[in-house]
Design a binder for this molecule. Structure first.
Ligand SMILES: [Zn+2]
Length: 336
């Protein structure tokens, strides 16, 4: 049998399995009246000072002190309709159809000369080298999310073992499985920061991901929530100067999840914008199309994506990093 025919049959089987699991989770969610994303405790984070986006824009193009590195943790494949709203007029005009979309799982390293080394998102834990024996990936989630297709390039433990200093903290762009699945490799006691309302987000899919997300967070102390406040300049839902020196900024971009957070990082070579899953894909960013079925509040996610596109248009020198694909061919190389 030709390989392509085998592939298409396997894809059909996987889509069938996924739709079965989604139906099951919808049933469970309707019985339970909706499910929180996690039972993990949260506290108000002490890092980050509410600021105006005007303050950020004033310094954004000045060389900053952060040594930045982008790490490709794994290659993966997921369904396009989760990543891109295929009903958006731009997607319809481009004849974009559903199917498998190759993506990457990244994390980003921020080395601050005074406050130490932080990562944005968490990569993949050692258990993904052998998902069938991982204690953290439940069989149901492993089956539905095609965990066996996570092609690991480097685990978070392998990366940490090569670091000259301990990790000072982890900034999670949002509390979805593919952004917390490196946390079991992070030393216990390392503070982890996330946007407000992430654990309470009620979504159908949570009915069966919550247990696994809780297990991924089991060695993490209470999540530190970013203390976002209204942006006086009204560009964003909230802006924080994380270290109080203008080097790294957190931007509240709710929609994909309630607490979704983007980051602006000022390096000696210029600014970087980490958008998280405000858009997963290169196509979504370049065509202004928000994520699809993976989002908690798609209309709100479209508004948030627009705020980031406007920022990028205002600062064209800034390098932009969509959540799961790269705009330039930089995914295999570290950047310093
Ligand atoms: Zn993601």
């Amino acid at each position: 049998m030709p390989d392509r025919m085998i592939d298409s049959r396997m894809n059909a089987v996987l889509m069938l399995r996924l739709s079965f699991v989604l139906s099951l989770s919808a049933l469970l969610a309707s019985l339970a009246g909706g499910c929180a994303a996690s039972h993990h405790p949260t506290v108000q984070g002490r890092l980050g000072t509410p600021a105006s986006s005007d303050d950020m824009l004033r310094v954004i193009n000045e060389p900053g002190p952060i040594v930045f590195e982008k790490v490709l943790a794994a290659h993966w494949t997921v369904i396009r309709s989760g990543l891109i709203n295929l009903d958006h007029p731009n997607a319809v005009a481009a004849n974009l159809e559903d199917g498998d979309e190759p993506i990457e799982i990244y994390f980003y390293v921020l080395r601050h000369p005074k406050f130490g080394t932080f990562i944005v998102d968490s990569g993949v834990e050692s258990g993904f080298r052998t998902p069938e024996s991982s204690q953290h990936v439940s069989w149901l989630v492993g089956w539905a999310m095609k965990a066996d297709q996570v092609d690991v390039q480097i685990t978070t433990a392998e990366w940490l073992a090569a670091q000259p200093e301990p990790l000072a903290g982890v900034f999670i762009t949002h509390l979805h499985m593919d952004h917390v699945m490196g946390l079991p490799d992070v030393p216990t006691g390392t503070p982890v920061y996330a946007g407000p309302g992430e654990t309470e987000a009620s979504q159908v899919l949570n009915a069966f991901t919550r247990g696994t997300i809780d297990r991924m967070l089991s060695t993490t102390s209470a999540l530190n929530e970013w203390p976002f406040a209204e942006d006086p300049a009204s560009r964003f839902a909230g802006v924080l100067d994380i270290f109080g020196d203008g080097s790294v900024w957190a931007i509240h971009v709710p929609g994909h999840t309630p607490g979704s957070t983007a980051f602006v990082v000022r390096t000696p070579q210029g600014p970087h914008l980490l958008v998280g899953d405000a858009t997963h894909t290169r196509w979504g960013w370049e065509n202004g199309v928000e994520p699809g079925s993976f989002s908690h509040n798609p209309p709100q996610s479209a508004v948030s994506l627009k705020t980031l596109l406007d920022l990028s248009a205002q600062v064209p020198e800034m390098k932009v990093h969509p959540g799961h694909q790269s705009l330039e061919d930089d995914s295999l190389a570290s950047e310093f």
